[in-house]
Ligand binder design. Structure first.
Ligand code: TYD
Ligand code: MG
Length: 456
């Protein structure tokens, strides 16, 4: 057979757009100067698809296919299990993304520790740190059982051999950007390398029923390098995020073929690695000022989990012609919109005021249910009058100043009740079916004016 020629392809290093010629601007993501030439061996089998991994070309009758309960392996870390949808699915490929230094390696090392303790064989492959470095980190976490194997290697060919030989139950690849496949001549971390390496790992996972976790670093734009290419190949995408200066970390499911994607897991980074935070609301409200103006507690939902957050607002006289608006942890456009609604519907003169809105603790929430609390916090700061620290608020605010209903009102109220709040201000339409017990006073409001009348 005639030898096929190697082919040079240009890839956008930002979004993975493929082109046969170099371009200054990427038509995919509109970034400039992101195209890099990578040589792809045309003769190498392009068998990174799922069908090839499973080795069958015969169709099956859908009605005859039996559903087995996916075999799940508990990681013994409740918060991780929750995000994964109940544990690690055998033969699944999971991508764990996040900024460098956020704690991805630590989280996965701890997972290995727990799995090894349960008697499972796990293989941790690092292309970033030496064995001694990993040992030092591991010593901070605890003493590891027999089943934990460590390999410092970046060549996928050797890695494949080791996995075939050892047959571990779970494999960790830290990180995909350091791995290289000899069949691809591009540099490690480039789009074609990352894609080919993930393809090889996908085959290993599906073919041998091994669960594989891949660590992927995030570029400054906030996406895993070679992102779209990677995200569609794997079964589950988790992002590990948080403020590097705060100690809490949030694990968020972005894609999950085996469970819900709107679950979060909350962890705290300490001296001995990560610990789970079972009650995030309590954790987020720690150190809250009592009775200060501009501080209101909002009930947000993260997946099926209610979360109480302190909204802080500072509204003060502007020294410039154009007032300054700033939002930390929430959407600035939403804040601007709420300021406009407040001015028009409640007659508060905010156009000459700077406004700063912050979600304390560094959480990032975009939910419209936070609107009412943001409006109340801004008004409280403007009038310089404190709102009861035992009050929680939620509700979406519309452009005519109406307070609209939000989902899962009863869970939100229950969470506030659990944490000792005594008043909850919520959309009137959500009051149906909710009755305040003795300890909780519920105030249903139809417009923001109603809320203002009730409180200030
Ligand atoms: P790491 O897991 O190496 O991050 P990533 O793999 O995402 O790049 O996390 C490193 C950070 O975590 C580092 O700044 C030190 C901190 N850390 C602790 O605070 N306590 C610990 O017990 C460990 C192991 C790490
Ligand atoms: Mg790391």
């Amino acid at each position: 057979m005639a030898q096929m020629k190697n082919k040079a392809v240009f890839y956008c290093q930002n979004c993975g757009f493929e082109s046969t010629k170099w371009m200054g601007q990427c038509p995919g993501c509109r970034e400039w100067n992101t195209f890099v030439e990578e040589v792809v061996k045309a003769s190498s089998p392009k068998s990174t698809g799922r069908g090839a991994a499973m080795g069958s070309a015969a169709p099956a009758v859908l009605a005859d296919i039996k559903i087995q309960e996916e075999a799940r392996l508990s990681t013994q870390i409740g918060e991780l299990d929750r995000v994964l949808g109940g544990g690690i699915v055998q033969g699944s490929l999971t991508l764990v993304g996040g900024d460098p230094g956020i704690g991805k390696s630590t989280l996965l090392l701890q997972t290995c520790w727990k799995l090894a303790e349960k008697g499972h064989k796990v293989l941790y492959i690092s292309g970033e740190e030496s064995q001694v470095q990993i040992k030092m980190r591991a010593d901070r976490i605890g003493s590891f059982a027999e089943g934990m194997l460590l390999l410092c290697e970046t060549n996928l060919g050797s890695i494949r051999e080791v996995i075939r030989r050892e047959m571990p139950k779970v494999v960790i690849i830290d990180s995909i950007q350091t791995m290289y496949n000899e069949e691809v001549s591009a540099a490690p971390g480039s789009v074609s390398q990352v894609r080919e390496s993930t393809g090889v790992l996908l085959q290993l996972a599906k073919g041998m029923n091994i669960s594989v976790f891949i660590v992927g670093h995030v570029t400054k734009e906030g996406t895993v390098a070679g992102p779209r290419v990677l995200e569609h190949m794997v079964d589950t995408v988790l992002y590990f995020e948080g403020d590097r200066h705060a100690s809490y970390r949030i694990l968020r499911g972005v894609k999950n073929r085996f469970g819900s994607t709107n679950e979060i897991g909350v962890f705290e980074m300490g001296q001995e690695g990560l610990t789970e935070v079972h009650n995030p609301s309590e954790y987020m409200l720690e150190g809250r000022p009592e009775g200060a103006s501009g501080s209101v507690v909002a009930c947000a939902m993260e997946g099926t989990r209610p979360l109480l957050l302190e909204i802080q607002a500072l509204v003060c006289h502007s020294n410039f012609g154009i007032p300054r608006r700033q939002a930390t942890g929430t959407d600035l456009n939403r804040v601007n919109l709420l300021m406009a609604v407040l001015e028009k519907r409640c007659g508060v003169q905010l156009s000459g005021c700077d406004a700063y809105v912050n979600i304390a603790g560094g959480m990032k929430v975009q939910e419209p249910a936070m609107d009412l609390a943001i409006v109340l916090a801004a008004l409280s700061s403007f009038k310089n009058r404190g709102i009861s620290p035992r009050l929680a608020a939620f509700g979406e605010v519309g452009l005519s100043g109406e307070v609209r209903s939000v989902s899962m009102a009863s869970q939100r109220v229950a969470e506030a009740c659990k944490l000792g709040f005594d008043t909850c201000i919520l959309p009137a339409v959500c009051m149906k079916g909710l009755q305040g017990d003795g300890s909780m006073k519920l105030i249903g409001v139809r417009t923001i004016q109603d809320a203002v009348n009730a409180l200030l």
